[in-house]
Design a protein around this ligand. Structure first.
Ligand SMILES: [Zn+2]
Length: 383
């Protein structure tokens, strides 16, 4: 089973499924494997049809059963930073190196390798496989898959999101809200800045406001916050604007994010930022009526709220014994599953510290341990 898993992982790594690029070849590969064991397969697509989610059911149809879920996309690579080609699996010292090996094609390989075994069991409850697209860039795929499930069924009873948690059960995480803010000013000669509206300079004032709000979040952190760091955090990831030193920039945009520990923090930030945008816009429009600041939502993904009575947590306890339920600060699709009425936990092979880095790898031992637990899960669904 482990050899088969490693062979599948090699294949999966070779699909260059960077977020926002096509994943249909990989989805076709998974469909073929799951279809071959008699799984019922449903695809849902991105608006332009270049990416797909896959939802497969092994065993009986209808409500109930367990979802094993993974995202098919990976983060981009800077190949120069890698010791080996990032989209060719490289095996050494009990590790498999390659983009996505930990995050999270290792888990998907385990699920695909076990599919024939699951299909051979006489399952009393269904085992579902959910594969999504564009998780790494705005969580665009999972909401489409979940909408389809909510509207057309079935309604599974729990989901395991196989992110690389080092095989620790994660029962709560922060939300992940991502935005793009664009400042539009008016260009001009830098010797006459008063006749222009400097978009770069207004963007820095917006960022200052953002950072002040970030500092306020520290005071708002609930005493019981289980997270490290405890408060809602905010961060500006990119800023782009301007043409030359001697030209006043007419455009500047920034990408930023917030990781709320509680929904009220997110509401507070949005209200305060809208006030700041209004204030800055009014000032800019004294010089140029067409000036503006606009913030677009890339994604607003809810956190996974801790629920000690969650059937998903109960499932993990039944499989692993009395395991601690951890929390993490990064976002996953588990919050979306929970919001769609499917209790979820995060648990999978590999370590988050390996994800999103050059020379990403997963330990072969982790894959073996994952296979053993998922095999027990299959057995537990036998009628
Ligand atoms: Zn991931």
């Amino acid at each position: 089973m482990l050899d088969e898993t490693l062979a599948i992982l090699d294949d999966l790594i070779a699909f260059e499924t960077v977020a926002l690029t096509p994943n249909l070849d990989l989805v076709g590969y998974c469909s073929e494997r799951l279809g071959a064991v008699g799984a019922d397969i449903r695809l849902t697509h991105s608006g332009d049809g270049t990416r797909a989610n896959l939802f497969a059911t092994i065993g009986p149809s209808g409500d109930g059963g367990i979802v094993l879920s993974g995202h098919t996309d990976v983060v981009p690579v800077d190949a120069g930073d890698w010791s080996t080609p990032p989209f060719e699996a490289y095996h050494r010292d009990g590790r498999v190196y390659g983009r996505g090996s930990a995050d999270m094609k290792g888990f998907i390989a385990c699920v695909l390798a076990l599919a024939p075994r699951f299909a051979a069991l006489s399952l009393g409850r269904p085992l579902h496989v959910a594969l999504t697209f564009d998780e790494e860039d705005g969580f665009h795929g999972a909401p489409i898959l979940l909408d389809d499930l909510v509207c057309n069924g079935p309604r599974p009873s729990a989901a395991i999101i196989g992110e690389p948690t080092g095989m620790e059960v994660v029962a709560a995480h922060k939300g992940c809200y991502e935005y793009t803010t664009t400042v539009t000013g008016r260009s001009g000669h830098s010797s006459e800045p008063g006749r222009a509206v400097n978009a770069v300079q207004y963007a820095t004032r917006f960022i200052t406001g953002l950072m002040e709000l970030g500092a306020e979040m520290t005071d708002r952190a609930p005493a019981s916050s289980p997270y490290e760091p405890a408060p809602t955090t905010m961060s500006v990831g990119t800023i782009t604007g301007g043409q030359a030193r001697c030209v006043v920039a007419d455009r500047c945009s920034l990408e930023w994010e917030m990781r709320p520990v509680q929904r009220t923090d997110a509401d507070h930030v949005r209200t305060r930022l809208a006030e700041l945008e209004d204030r800055l816009t009014q000032e800019m429009r004294l010089v140029h009526p067409g000036a503006s600041i606009r913030t677009e939502v890339v994604c607003e993904v809810d956190g996974l709220e801790f629920d000690d009575a969650s059937p998903a947590l109960g499932l993990m306890r039944s499989l692993l014994g009395d395991t601690p339920a951890g929390v993490v600060s990064y976002g996953t699709e588990a919050g979306l599953f929970q919001a769609a009425g499917i209790p979820a936990v995060v648990w999978g092979p590999g370590h988050i510290g390996q994800a999103h880095r050059p020379d990403e790898y997963v330990e072969v031992d982790d894959l073996g341990a994952c296979l053993a637990v998922l095999a027990r899960l299959g057995d537990s669904l036998v009628r």
